[in-house]
Design a protein around this ligand. Sequence first.
Ligand code: GUN
Length: 281
Amino acid sequence: MAKIIDGKAISAAIKDELKEQIKAYKEQGIEITLAVVKVGNDPASAVYVRNKEKACEYVGITSRTLALPEETTEEELLKVVEDLNNDSAVNGILVQLPLPKHIDESKILLAIDSNKDVDGFHPVNVGKMVIGEDAFLPCTPAGIIEMLKRSDIDITGKECVVIGRSNIVGKPMSILMLKENATVTIAHSRTKDLKEVTKRADILIAAIGKAKFVTDEYVKDGAVVIDVGMDRDENGKLCGDVDFESVEKKASAITPVPGGVGQMTVTMLLVNCLRSVEFNK
Ligand code: GUN
């Protein structure tokens, strides 16, 4: 039976550390403010934004949510971002994705001041991450590294297979695992003999977006399995990309959904809000 990597407990520990640091900042007269911009009525985004607000409140970060209507134009959104860039009271800016189809996401992400880009999605921060310079790191991959470290899972020299090549998870995940000295393979929908590839992994990271896709047939005995999925099963219940029941019997450690990676994503956003104070000094 695998050890369950408890994202909730690890997040709680980090949040309590952050709370102390934020208290110390407040005593020096430094307040931290995160602006969250949400456009339209995507129900999943509404839940994510609420979770971010709650987490900010818990650690003592002020969150300012701007909920804009679905019809907001690209120009209007660019103006909102520009105003936040110029607002010295705002340390961090996050534009919740996905945006409505009539807005070019990459144009908006590029408009965010890279020193306030707490999502780590701006090309400047992506570039800095790739060459190993100090930058905002994208929250989900950074959260996974933190989870592995805090669970005493050694990364150096390990075979790591990431399934998925998105800009938000798969690609940055592979870069951060490389930085931790893993031997990294990125697998994706066109990968041939996927099971053969994933069975090489000492650390298998699933970021596919397909409910319970990774069964025990994809997993080597004793592997560490990290599940980034936020999917719905046939009964509409939240589940991950990993078939937890079968994989748990084979893996040495596994993250659950819910209560795994998702918790860490929000927590790392708070970490980035704190870093934003340093970046904007
Ligand atoms: N949509 C889903 N995940 C994320 C995230 O981490 N950041 C933003 N901005 N939008 C998202």
